[in-house]
Design a protein around this ligand. Structure first.
Ligand code: C5P
Length: 235
């Protein structure tokens, strides 16, 4: 493996999908310099993991605090201000214009990238109808919200790797496109229905990859992370 492929790739985000701060800290220690960007979501955040955001930031890591905020504008704005104070560099909101404008206002002039979650990948036409939407065209809703995200001043989107190329064409080169559902060649898909390799996701226009189980559940996490970084370098 070349020297370059052993260095952390700032576009690899490792999801700390564990239920205690101790487990998360052990993983961060194990991965060391091989990983520079971590994602903390509900599972760890609500299990005592929020202080880890500042701890990791102080240690020079980037942190994606994935809380998918959705509330009235004032609450979202104040919430994003608090996320900023924790030291996160990336966070998520559901892609409703009011919510996105409030989040963009709070992040303006800072280094915080707010990502819009267009339509959860678990939703299909039937779910939109159930929820009372007038449209049941998921793809059209994704496009509409992606464009609204850009108009509202968000700096990025969360997208399945399968949609990344289309969204990149739609929103242009300026926005971050962060994709989960990544599986290195030959690994188990788990509950992800459509998986894409790291290199293919980057080639389709993703700017950042979120990887959890292929690293967190690997027998040798460091080797798994390094293999993904090496694969990313080929794209
Ligand atoms: O373990 P795995 O690599 O599948 O984890 C992917 C991460 O990305 C998880 O933290 C998961 O919550 C998140 N995610 C996802 N699919 C989405 C949105 C987020 O897997 N559509």
């Amino acid at each position: 493996m070349s020297e370059r492929s052993l260095n952390a790739d700032p576009h690899l985000i490792v999801g700390l999908d564990v239920s205690s701060r101790q487990e998360a800290e052990a993983i961060v220690a194990e991965l060391g310099d091989a990983v520079s960007f971590y994602k903390i979501g509900y599972q760890l955040g609500f299990a005592g993991g929020l202080p880890l955001v500042s701890e990791l930031a102080r240690a020079g890591k980037s942190v994606f605090l994935d809380l998918k905020l959705h509330d009235i504008a004032n609450t979202v704005e104040k919430g994003v201000e608090s996320v900023l104070r924790l030291g996160a560099t990336m966070t998520t909101v559901h892609a409703y214009p009011q919510v996105m404008r409030a989040a963009a206002k709070a992040a303006e002039g800072t280094d915080l990238t707010v990502l819009g979650v267009t339509v959860l990948t678990s939703l299909d036409a039937g779910d939109l109808a159930d929820a009372g939407y007038a449209t049941t065209d998921v793809a059209a809703l994704v496009e509409r919200r992606a464009l609204q995200a850009r108009e509202c001043g968000l700096r990025g989107l969360v997208s399945s790797a399968a949609e990344a190329a289309h969204l990149r064409g739609l929103v242009g080169p300026g926005m971050a496109i962060v994709t989960p559902g990544i599986r290195p060649q030959g690994s188990a898909a788990g509950d992800q229905k459509r998986v894409v390799t790291p290199a293919d996701a980057l080639r389709s226009g993703a700017s950042h990859l979120v990887v959890a189980r292929p690293i967190i559940a690997a027998p040798d996490r460091l080797a798994a992370a390094r293999a993904i970084v090496a694969e990313m370098a080929t794209a």
